[in-house]
Design a protein around this ligand. Structure first.
Ligand SMILES: [Zn+2]
Length: 277
């Protein structure tokens, strides 16, 4: 009940803010979207969201995003799609995006890819609470496999690390942190025969990354996608990329709320904590 009321409030606020005159983002702003599971039954919602985003934003590919970070693109506002966790249902989403000329980042977890019992891995290490009206097919609890990741790469998508196990936590030892951040890059680079330049911290960046982890990410990756929300403007800090979480079972009003500005202020303190590490 409480969840329904929150959803209704977000829908109302998002619809109202948008109706009031759009988001008013300036042409240099970029919103990095963060999605997770993409169950097949919800792909029409992904298509609807893309069609709406196309009217409001220029959608960047990972290559374009690198150019944006380098200060080269100035006729936005922009959005970039990123998908966390490497769930197997993302493959159909990757195909849909590709058909629409859109390319995205997919952040995967090597131990989930290798797991012999992916459903229990998913429930234990990635998402302990699932919404069965959203995720209910076997493919919603399996990991993208190497052959699929290679096919996604040849479509034009980019694969990044989401840590070795998804358990990365700020209290881990240095050896464990190296395993999560550095070994996951080597594991992916070897199997995909490609440079892995992007890392996406799992869970909550403030809980998963300590100062040692932050330094390792800076040394081993060019881009760090965090869990902190926000639109961003230049100059870009490519090691503190802010993202806005949306999910395919959200209404368009909720998505508008997520992309708006009303919800941003309360995150400033959390972002500052990370900057001060
Ligand atoms: Zn995750």
């Amino acid at each position: 009940m409480r969840k329904k009321i929150t959803q209704a409030i977000k829908w109302l606020m998002g619809t109202a803010e948008y109706a009031w005159g759009g988001f008013g983002y300036d042409p240099e702003e970029c919103i990095v979207l963060c999605l997770h599971s993409t169950p097949h039954a919800f792909l029409p919602q992904l298509e609807k969201t893309i069609n709406w985003l196309k009217r409001e934003f220029t959608i960047l590919s990972p290559d374009d995003f690198e150019r944006y970070c380098a200060g080269e693109l100035k006729s936005g506002p922009y959005v970039l799609f990123t998908f966390d966790d490497g769930i197997r249902n993302n493959y159909a989403a990757a195909e849909l995006l590709h058909r629409k000329g859109i390319h995205a980042y997919f952040f995967v977890v090597p131990a989930f890819v290798e797991s012999v019992n992916p459903k229990s891995y998913y429930l234990e290490h990635i998402r302990p609470i699932v919404d069965s009206s959203f995720e209910n097919k076997p493919v919603d609890f399996e990991a993208l496999q190497i052959a699929e990741l290679l096919a996604m790469r040849s479509m034009g998508h980019r694969i990044g690390s989401h840590s070795s196990t998804h358990d990365l936590a700020a209290h881990m030892t240095e050896a464990q942190t190296i395993h999560e951040i550095v070994d996951s890059k080597a594991w992916l680079a070897e199997r995909l025969n490609a440079p892995i330049t992007a890392f996406c911290s799992p869970n909550n960046t403030n809980f998963s990354i300590n100062s040692f982890g932050k330094k390792l990410i800076q040394e081993h990756y060019s881009y760090h996608f965090t869990t902190f929300p926000g639109p961003q403007n230049r100059p870009m800090d490519t090691h503190l990329i802010l993202r806005r979480n949306i999910e395919l079972n959200w209404s368009l009003g909720q998505i508008k709320f997520a992309l708006g500005k009303w919800d941003l202020k309360r995150w400033q303190a959390a972002i500052q904590t990370y900057k001060d590490l």
